[in-house]
Ligand binder design. Structure first.
Ligand code: UD1
Length: 362
């Protein structure tokens, strides 16, 4: 069997790591195509080197752009690559513009498409990720659902026949990196200047278009983080830096200690060293849950409903609406005593994905 994985953005590289490792343990041929949606070293290269992923066979180098332009450029560049590779499956990951373009190119060339992390829904049709998920799920031949909840969404949309529950490959990579850190096999956490790793700190990230692209909303969120009573390590995505600069908004204020995005092991180490997480990232909500740190999500909805169980994750659509006391109490609340479940699977999802792709070929 020959499988082409199409990736391009940071979270896809994390999911690719356990998949590439699972393929490497088989006789199957696995070809990695990088669209170039993310091109900064710390959004792309560090994931290949840090997670031991083989170099991409093809790099499309599309770079940034508006949604139509970026998706269109990937689609145009992908067509000849898939025609030449002619794989048994194209595997697309998650919900980015690279996901949708990879799926559309394959479908139009009558190549089977499998969607990893299928069935997630925010039901917020203003999010670019929601368009990408829904369209990719309806185009794909095989839907690899990470959770029961995702499987239910697919069934509701009439896609049950194409769907299969695999568990979440993020569990595979997150727990193995956690174990390596705890065993001292990975370097200790490196924090931005002025943060003492021995003192309590919160980890924050902010990159979603709905939070960064509206100046008033971004100013509110930054002010809320700056007001917290303990250091807030803000690992800033380039989109956040670009929007803050364009708006003349200073990020390094109050409690905020700004650093660059970090590789995966450093991210896991930073979560482990923190007393809690404040974020709008889907992946980080889950990592906080898997690593047992309370999470506050700066959105009105989450695709990962399971993280809300037992108060491990709390949605705060707008900190200003809570009032200062309640906002501080929420963001700095201690880990709840409630047990963590295993709604995201057993850490062997990647193996299962490879096995299912082989089995479904016939
Ligand atoms: C994309 C995904 C989002 C995912 C996120 C992870 C879409 C629609 N969104 O958002 O689902 O959660 O990746 O990070 O696909 N930029 C750089 N260097 C880079 C890449 C981007 O400076 O290597 C800057 C550019 O100014 C660019 C902006 O970030 O315009 C946004 O990048 P883009 O790839 O469009 O989307 P993300 O916000 O990264």
């Amino acid at each position: 069997m020959k499988v082409v994985s199409v990736v391009g953005a940071r979270p896809q590289l994390v999911k690719l790591a356990p998949i590439a490792a699972a393929f490497a343990r088989t006789e199957h041929e696995h070809v990695i195509v990088h669209t170039g949606q993310h091109y900064d070293v710390n959004l792309s290269d560090v994931f290949f080197s840090g997670l031991g992923i083989p170099d991409p066979a093809v790099h499309l180098g599309v770079g940034s752009g508006g949604h139509g332009a970026q998706t269109g450029r990937i689609l145009e560049a992908m067509d000849p690559v898939l025609a030449a590779e002619n794989p048994d499956w194209v595997l697309v990951y998650g919900d980015t513009n690279s996901t949708l373009a990879g799926a559309v190119s394959a479908v139009k060339q009558h190549i089977r498409v499998a969607h990893l992390e299928a069935g997630l829904r925010s039901f917020n049709r203003r999010m670019p990720e929601e368009h990408n998920r829904v369209l990719t799920d309806h185009a794909a031949d095989l839907l690899l659902a990470p959770t029961e909840e995702a499987l239910r969404h697919l069934a509701t949309e009439g896609l049950a026949d194409r769907a299969v529950l695999t568990g979440d490959v993020m569990v595979d990579v997150c727990l193995s990196i956690r174990d390596a850190i705890l065993a001292g096999e990975r370097p200790a956490v490196e924090l931005p200047e002025g943060v003492d790793p021995a003192e309590p700190y919160l980890l924050a990230t902010l990159h979603r278009a709905e939070n960064t692209d509206d100046p008033a909303r971004l100013a509110t969120l930054v002010a809320a983080l700056a007001d917290l009573p303990i250091p807030v390590v803000l690992l800033a995505h380039p989109r956040l830096l670009a929007r803050a600069e364009a708006q003349g908004l200073k990020l390094a204020q109050g409690a905020l200690r700004v650093g660059p995005p970090v590789g995966y092991a450093a991210m896991v180490a930073t979560v482990l060293g923190s007393v809690g997480v404040v974020t709008d990232s889907g992946g980080l909500q889950k990592e906080a849950y898997l690593l047992g740190r309370p999470c506050t999500t700066l959105r009105s909805e989450t695709e990962w409903l399971e993280t809300l169980d037992g108060d491990w994750n709390r949605l705060v659509p707008d900190p200003a609406l809570l009032g200062p006391g309640e906002w501080v109490a929420t963001a700095t609340r201690p880990a709840p005593g409630t047990p963590l479940g295993t709604p995201f699977g057993d850490g062997r999802a990647a193996e299962r994905v490879v096995e299912i792709l082989g089995r479904r070929l016939g």
